[in-house]
Design a protein around this ligand. Sequence first.
Ligand code: SF4
Length: 498
Amino acid sequence: MNDALRKRIQHRLAGERGTIFKDAPFRVTVAYPNTYAVAMASLGFQTVYRLFNAEPDFAAERAFLEDAELAPPGRLVTYESGRYAGDAHVFGISVAFELDLVNVVRLLRAAGLEPLREERDARDPVVLVGGPLTSSNPWPLAPFADAILIGDGEQTVPLLAEAYRQAASKAEFLDLIEGMPGVFLPDRDAREPHWATAPLDELPVYSQIVAEESEFPGVFLVEAERGCPRPCTFCLARTMYGPTRNVPAERVLEVVPEGVAKVGLVGAALSDYPHIKRVGRALLERGVKLSVSSIRADRVDAELAAILKEGGLRTFTIASDGPSQRLRDLLKKQITEDHLLRAAEIARDLGFKGYKLYQMIGLPTETDDDISEMIAFTRRVAEITPVALGISPFVPKRHTPHWGDRFAGIKTIEARLKRIQKELRKLRPRVEVRSTSAKWAWIEAVIARGGPEVGLAALRLEEGESFAGWKRALAEVGWRDPLTLPEPEGAALPLVLG
Ligand code: SF4
């Protein structure tokens, strides 16, 4: 192993609590197509690691995307034992984000595996791909995976382990898992299966490893609720995560080990979680610091804010999503200017350092008037509290009513961003504007609704891929805007939410 990589791994392992070192007949590599820090902040990734290790005859070890010079093709190693990542019976990848598609290819190459399924043979590990992206759109992953796992993994992993025990070969394993809930075999199935849904008694999921070099350093994560009952039309939470499951407060508190300094409560709409105050107060009594993934402006009150403040939260993070009331109503966001202003007042009154406000632009039917309203509204918020405005281009997703909407266009989004920056610049430092790239949002939109050909385009990209490289690769594989094409054969129809 490369010396620099060895030192990096040793350093990171020294900063972990809960790492599993295990030897067993069946070796599993649980790999993440992004950095160690991002992976260790993923509860899904951590859960798959725990579930495979819970099987007596399986030993799961982790691997991450490393710098190419530290882990050239075939040299990627696992953290627990330092074995080659590709030297496994099962090679599992957890993919959360569209833009990690290229990293899936890099990860497979780094592990010494041919990225394309059809170029691997019976001696190679079974390549399983799961994670949030598979629920949203598994098709670009189809060329790479032997099996794609869609939905919650809590029940799927034990069934996969049992099938692997019984199977005499990779082909027999695939025969055994064919038709299981949430299992999609891209070379056999014409349609995506129903998503696997974990029952409430299998929850909560929580950190197996608390890592100092995680994006949430030293934080023990626990998912207090899964799913969301709200009707926001742009969001996958309602469809992707299945029915809302609120974990009883006692169970959330039970899984938090003694000695943990900070707990991160996770949930799609955590401020709707009915036990949030009770859990928060109980953790504070144990001397534990708190963080939360997000709070809804219509659910914040002074009591909840005070709990979060005492738990160490410094900044209020609120999603407005629509730049104007008309667009928030169109998105069924159920948030008004009054909610947003009230939350800003609470943040100010309790002495929070700042107020982060997320907005999307490039929404269907959006005009310059909607942007004007957002600029004027941001000025009003800034009179109450300093505000960090986070702006992302809207990316239409499958399984939402926006399935058929067009991406607004790079030029349109860039022009609107420029205007927002210009008009709010005068209010610095009271208002800071941060935005994500319109070009990369376009790529994300392509992947979010693309088919297997988009995966083949990713395969053509080399290290350090650029926007121009993506466009070239898409042209080479004959990609066309999906709105001019039928869905990949057998793909689920978009759901129309009420
Ligand atoms: S945006 Fe938030 S509240 Fe709305 S459906 Fe998604 S998770 Fe729920």
